[in-house]
Design a protein around this ligand. Structure first.
Ligand code: PRT
Ligand code: ZN
Length: 286
């Protein structure tokens, strides 16, 4: 039988769409029906397994899956023997300590002798221990934010993204314990055949992510501005320059980093660029 790489992703929840999009944009086509446990990729030697996110590290350690997409928070909490291969730049959040809004807070000592409700007992215990704080950890699996309100604990440690859940439960974020995003993980002892497939997938994921962070840019400029503009948007090797039918003018094509985009645009306009078009890039192989 041909070797396939088994990739575990979350069945449903906050990681699901990002994981499906990333694999599909990387060229894997597979069905993801509601009650499916797994699906073979039609055009890539892989099989996608749909699991609960909490189970993914264990399955990858046990080689039920060879690789997986899961939040760094889960990887840190579960402490399994798996490798983090790549950060995937979605499902960003932070794990934070929060206390009732009315409480005076003047540093971590506040937590000494207090009870903290969390779904991340290992991470919180290590965090507090390293800082010499001794608190009680109360593990609960969901709706952590209601714990202080019902008298179950005096504080919480939970995932935060916009902060509105804490706010609407009368809590205030006081310490960030860790930042998290979705990551690609893999078993450290893959066979050479599986490692080769994983490398191929990683190459594609990198191309998709690079493209997301870049824009294709076209502009017109007077010929004397070409050198100046090339310094602003050097592109992958150097920009493409083509003459316009209008004497003394050229069209210049390049690639620009999304994060730096608006700064560059301002510089380009100051340098004489006109008719600037910015176009998304689908894949980018450098
Ligand atoms: O069923 P399964 O076990 O697979 O899913 P789950 O319910 O355990 O996980 P899910 O889908 O809620 O989250 C999966 C992963 O998404 C997490 O492990 C994180 O890596 C990531 N992630 C990103 C988040 C959030 N952002 C997030 N905001 N996970 C949870 N939240 C929750 C948080 O627990 C709190 O209840 O959203 C609320 C806070 O959000 P804000 O915007 O109000 O601050
Ligand atoms: Zn979960």
């Amino acid at each position: 039988m041909n070797t396939v790489l088994r990739i575990a992703i979350q069945k449903s929840g906050r990681l699901q769409q990002g994981s499906l999009d990333l694999l599909k944009e990387s060229g894997l086509s597979f069905s993801n029906g509601k009650d499916q446990l797994k699906a073979p990729a039609q055009n890539f030697p892989a099989e996608v397994l749909f699991l609960r996110d909490d189970d993914i590290p264990q399955y990858v350690e046990d080689r039920v899956a060879d690789a997986g997409i899961v939040g760094e928070n889960i990887v840190a909490e579960k402490k399994k023997k798996i490798n983090v291969i790549k950060r995937l730049d979605f499902a960003r959040c932070r794990l934070s300590l929060a206390i009732p809004r009315g409480e005076q807070y003047n540093g971590l000592e506040w937590f000494n002798g207090k009870n903290i409700a969390t779904s991340y007992p290992n991470i919180v215990t290590d965090f507090l221990k390293e800082r010499g704080i001794s608190a009680g950890i109360h593990e609960i699996s969901g709706s952590v934010e209601i714990a202080p309100g019902i008298g179950l604990a005096e504080a919480v440690c939970d995932l935060v993204s916009s902060g509105s859940t804490l706010l609407s439960n009368g809590l205030r974020e006081v310490e960030v314990v860790m930042q998290s995003e979705a990551v690609l993980v893999a078993n450290p002892n893959l066979s050479p055949e599986k490692s080769e497939i994983l490398d191929k997938l990683l190459f594609r994921i990198t191309a998709v992510m690079k493209a997301k962070n870049s824009k294709y840019i076209l502009l017109n400029c007077p010929n004397e501005a070409i050198e100046r503009i090339t310094r602003i948007i050097p592109g992958m090797k150097s920009p493409t320059v083509m003459p316009l039918s209008r004497e003394g003018w050229s069209s210049l094509h390049s690639v620009v980093d999304e994060n730096d985009f608006w700064n560059r645009i301002d510089q380009l306009r100051e340098s004489g660029a006109e008719g600037i078009l910015v176009i998304p890039i689908e894949k980018m192989i450098v």
